[in-house]
Structure formats: structure tokens, C-alpha cells
Design a protein around this ligand. Structure first.
Ligand code: AMP
Length: 541
């Protein structure tokens, strides 16, 4: 074989992203909101200087290549410094979900055997609760406004006297740069190890116009927490592009976010549908209050963005880009951008395309497989479990043998049940574990939820399986009413009936104050099933 004469062995590492921001875009701004509401600003030049000092501090602490360094922190600039300093020094940045129950947090810290932990002072109480159950050698507090309590190192003091020069050790592109645990609604959370190479590829991919299209003139505000799958890679992509970045801190209320969007000229943001539901409500209640003319796209994913939400933002001249991904995919998988083939569709059909989860990101392949293992046709009808393959996808979990999830040939079983249309666009019917199987047939809870949430009297609707003597399972809907609305079950049934077969319609519509959510803001159907799952057999209140 004739080998090429290219520098193919030049490693794709986060050093490329970091150096580009530091040298090409030193004056571009990074903005953080602190818990007290005050704003911190600095530039990529300042960020680079402090990140190098932090990398030196890690060496002073004795952190070795391959060590796991945990963060328990909101979205802010020091979290970004850790995002780079840790992997540039050869260690692995392990982001901890600040909203997890302390038992899970304990399990995750011990599973990773973290050597050091950087904790934001506002989360110190949460850490104190698990302190005796984990053995982390160094705990460093990222200070807020007050002094760091006795017994802890202070982040600012830690880096203060370190030199501003830092030469990264030789980095292999395949070595781990980051670690994140899956949200684990069934079973224990599982560790996913991201490599320098996959994170760099993801950042490049996110800068392509046909994907998120991150570029230097963007102002990116990640609503998605930096502990949820690297905030979908946005901070890495934005740094690579040299975009301005705005970190909202702890306050993700509509008021706070809309204020930042307007004041900072945010062009691009991303997060789960729940947060954007509040944003849309605030816009509907107070139209014209915020100047959002700079905003070019709200990337919504993590769970299905209902068509009514996408159309709702359209009313305000704001474009939603629906995307799908998984922690195991580092994490972007698909994006619902319109293709040339969709030109000429009317408004309703266009909305339907935009509300699908979309076509595969570059470097990623899709196929879907029926229960008998047969690969299904892309006809928009056949259901199957989605499998994905590509260089940004995990090929195993950290320290857990779950060979079943990895089929071989690089295919990963996502656990999402989908149809794929002739344009290669996926539509998620359900998580495999959330599927409602009635009389042996699958019912799509996501389709029912989307239809219900299109009713003006409904804020949120979660559909889940309840045991049924005759049919095995029947769907139930937990419905949150809009303020002042008292829409009856019968009206809801009639509202959605034209779109579904009769046996798909929920057996009951249960009014609830709020739908329980997982730590990453998804409908917690395990909790709903625990509470209401035997209602059709035993009767309910
Ligand atoms: P996580 O790893 O916590 O981000 O969860 C990944 C799972 O979230 C996927 O397997 C899907 O079930 C779900 N998910 C992510 N994005 C979407 C989306 N746009 N629509 C529907 N489900 C989604």
C-alpha cells in the first residue's frame, strides 16, 4: 500500500482548540453571571493566562496524567478554565451533575476514583454531605463572594503564584480528556470517557454551517449545564471558533436568560425543552420586552421539542433548531435542519420536519433494527431501535461490562425506538424502556405528548405506561394545566383523537401540578410509573 506523505500523526487534541482561541481571538469576550447577579467579564487572553496557571497548579498538586479531576460547578468561566487546564495537563476532567441525589454523587465520585474535586462555593453544602463517603485527596473551592471556609483550598489562591507559561506534556489524541456519567434512570450511572480526538472532532463538526454553524461572530450562551455531556460540546466548539461566550451561572429562570440574551447580544443558545417552555411563556406574556434581534438559533434537545414550542418561538421571530444526542455520543447525534428536498413544503409539513430529531451529524451513521435483529427500511413507518456508529461514539463504558449495548462493528445501541424517513431523518417514538406496549403493539408516548402540548390549556404532558389486565399496558397522560385553564379530560381526548388510532388514546388524563423531572430535566417516567403505574388495576385517587 502506498502510504501518504501527510502529517497524519499530528494529534487532534484540545491544545489545538485552546491555542487557536488564545492566539487568534485574544480580545474576544467571556462573560459569566455570578449567583448574586453580578457580571464578570474577561477575554480569551485572560482566560488563556489563567488556564495555563491552573494547569501548572494541577502539577503542583501532584495530579498525574490520567488522573480524574472532578468539577461540581455551574456554567461559568472557571469551569471553562478547568475544561481546558485539566485535559491539557494530561488528566481527565470529570463533570459532576450538581442536581444529583447525594447517593448517586457518592457512587460516581468513587466509581471514577477522582483525585481532586473543584467545587463551587454555593455547592459546598452538597459536597459536605458526601465528604465522609468519598476519598478525594484535594478539594478546591471556587469562591463566590465570601471567603473560602477553613479546611479547603481556594481556587484563586491556588493559581495566584503559578507561572503564566505552560508547556503541555505530549498528548495522545486517543487519551481520555473528559468523563461524564450517564443520567442512569435505570440502574447505576455509567461512566463515559471522551477522548481528545472525539472532542476535537465534535468541536470542528459543530462549526460546520450545516450543523450548529458556530463561528467567530457568534455569541453563545449554553443553558445546558456544563455537567450534562460537556454542555453538548458548545464550550469547546465556541472556544475553537473564538466566539463570545456567556455563562448564565446558576440562575436559569426565563427572566435571567432573556436579560442575558438581550444585554449580551446572544446569537446562539441551547438547552432542554423544559427551560425553553418558561422562556416562551415569558415572551408570550411580555412580548417586545427583550430585544432578541441578534438571536439566530435556539438549539433544543435532550428530550423532544414539541412542535407547538417550535411554532411558538416562530411567532416571536426566533428559530428553533431541534437536535438529538446522547452522553455516549459526546453528545451530538442528529440535527433537524431543512434539506433542499424540503423546499416547497407548506408551513405545517415544514414544522413536522423541523420537529423530527433530524438527520445524522457528519461522521455519524444511523440504522434501526427490529426486535428480531433485522435492519429496517427508511420508509418513515418501520419502527426499530436506533443504532449509531462513528468516531465520536463510545465503544465501552468505564469499568462496566455492558457488551450488549455495543453490537460489534462499532455500532452502539441507543435504546431509542425510531422510524427513519427517506431523507434519513429520525423520529423518536420512545426510549425503549419508556415504550408503551398495548396488546403487543407499540404506542409512541412522544407523539401523544406533542399532540397534547399543542392544546393551549396544557403546559406539559407526559405519557407513560400503566399496567392493564387486558392489554398488558395502556398509556396514561399526566397533564399540567396552563394557569387559569381547567380543560377537561374529554376535551383533551377529542382534541388529539383525529391524529391517532382509537387504541392509542390515553386511558386517563391525570391533572398534576408538575411533571417529575430527572437531574437533566427530562420527564421522569420511572417516577410516574411508580406513582400511577398500577392505577388501572387497583384504581387511583
Ligand atoms: P442523555 O445521555 O442524558 O443526554 O440522554 C440521551 C437520551 O435523551 C436519548 O437517548 C434520547 O432518548 C433522549 N433525547 C435526547 N435528545 C432528544 C430529542 N431531541 N428528542 C427526543 N429524545 C431526546
Amino acid at each position: 500500500m502506498l502510504q501518504s506523505l501527510m502529517s497524519d500523526d499530528h494529534p487532534l487534541t484540545l491544545a489545538l482548540l485552546f491555542e487557536r482561541a488564545a492566539t487568534q481571538f485574544p480580545d474576544n469576550e467571556l462573560v459569566s453571571r455570578f449567583p448574586d447577579g453580578s457580571i464578570h467579564r474577561y477575554t480569551y487572553a485572560d482566560f488563556a493566562r489563567r488556564t495555563r496557571k491552573l494547569a501548572n497548579a494541577l502539577a503542583t498538586l501532584g495530579i498525574e496524567p490520567g488522573d480524574r479531576v472532578a468539577t461540581l460547578c455551574w456554567n461559568e468561566h472557571r469551569h471553562l478554565e478547568l475544561y481546558f487546564a485539566v485535559p491539557l495537563s494530561g488528566a481527565v476532567v470529570h463533570t459532576l451533575n450538581a442536581r444529583l441525589h447525594r447517593d448517586e454523587l457518592t457512587y460516581i465520585v468513587n466509581d471514577a476514583a477522582d483525585s481532586a474535586l473543584f467545587v463551587h462555593s454555593s455547592l459546598l453544602d452538597a459536597f459536605e454531605e458526601i465528604r465522609d463517603r468519598v476519598s478525594v485527596e484535594h478539594v478546591i473551592v471556587i469562591p463566590d463572594d465570601g471567603p473560602t471556609p477553613e479546611g479547603y483550598r481556594d481556587y484563586e489562591e491556588l493559581i495566584a503564584d503559578e507561572p503564566e507559561q505552560f508547556e503541555p506534556p505530549p498528548l495522545d489524541e486517543r487519551q481520555a480528556s473528559g468523563m461524564c456519567h450517564t443520567s442512569g434512570t435505570t440502574g447505576r450511572p455509567k461512566g463515559v470517557l471522551y477522548s481528545h480526538r472525539s472532542t476535537t472532532l465534535l468541536a470542528l463538526m459543530s462549526c460546520m454551517t450545516d450543523t450548529v454553524g458556530m463561528h467567530e461572530r457568534d455569541c453563545m450562551l449554553p443553558v445546558v449545564p456544563m455537567y450534562h455531556a460537556n454542555a453538548w460540546g458548545f464550550p469547546y466548539a465556541a472556544t475553537y471558533a473564538g466566539a463570545k461566550q456567556v455563562f448564565p451561572g446558576r440562575d436559569l429562570s426565563a427572566e435571567s436568560l432573556l436579560g442575558l440574551f438581550a444585554d449580551e447580544g446572544v446569537t446562539l443558545t441551547g438547552g432542554v425543552p423544559t427551560v425553553f417552555l418558561d422562556v416562551l411563556r415569558a415572551l408570550d406574556e411580555r412580548p417586545g420586552e427583550w430585544d432578541l434581534s441578534a438571536m439566530r438559533s435556539l438549539v433544543i434537545g435532550g428530550s423532544a421539542a414539541p412542535p407547538s414550542q417550535i411554532a411558538g418561538f416562530d411567532r416571536h421571530g426566533l428559530h428553533v433548531t431541534h437536535a438529538w444526542g446522547m452522553t455516549e455520543m459526546n453528545p451530538l447525534g442528529s440535527i433537524a435542519n431543512l434539506k433542499r428536498a424540503h423546499d416547497g413544503l407548506d408551513e405545517a409539513d415544514t414544522l413536522e420536519v423541523r420537529a423530527r430529531q433530524g438527520h445524522a451529524q457528519p461522521l455519524i451513521e444511523f440504522r434501526h433494527v427490529a426486535e428480531d435483529g433485522v435492519v429496517q427500511p427508511w420508509d418513515g413507518v418501520a419502527l426499530g431501535e436506533l443504532q449509531v456508529r462513528g468516531p465520536t461514539i463510545a465503544r465501552a463504558y468505564y469499568g462496566v461490562d455492558r457488551a450488549d449495548d455495543f453490537v460489534g462493528d462499532g455500532w452502539f445501541r441507543t435504546g431509542d425506538i425510531v422510524t427513519i424517513d427517506e431523507h434519513g431523518s429520525i423520529l423518536i417514538a420512545d426510549r425503549a424502556r419508556d415504550v408503551v406496549k398495548s396488546g403487543g403493539e407499540w404506542i409512541s408516548s412522544v407523539a401523544l405528548e406533542n399532540a397534547l402540548m399543542a392544546h393551549p390549556g396544557v403546559v406539559e404532558a407526559a405519557v407513560f405506561a400503566a399496567e392493564d389486565e387486558r392489554w398488558g399496558e395502556r398509556p396514561l397522560a399526566a397533564v399540567v394545566h396552563a394557569p387559569g385553564s381547567s380543560v377537561e379530560a374529554e376535551e383533551l381526548r377529542e382534541f388529539i383523537a383525529p391524529q391517532f388510532l382509537r387504541w392509542w388514546l390515553p386511558a386517563e388524563f391525570i391533572p398534576v401540578d408538575s411533571v417529575p423531572k430527572t437531574s437533566t430535566g427530562k420527564f421522569d417516567k420511572v417516577a410516574l410509573r411508580e406513582r400511577y403505574g398500577r392505577r388501572l388495576i387497583e384504581g387511583g385517587e
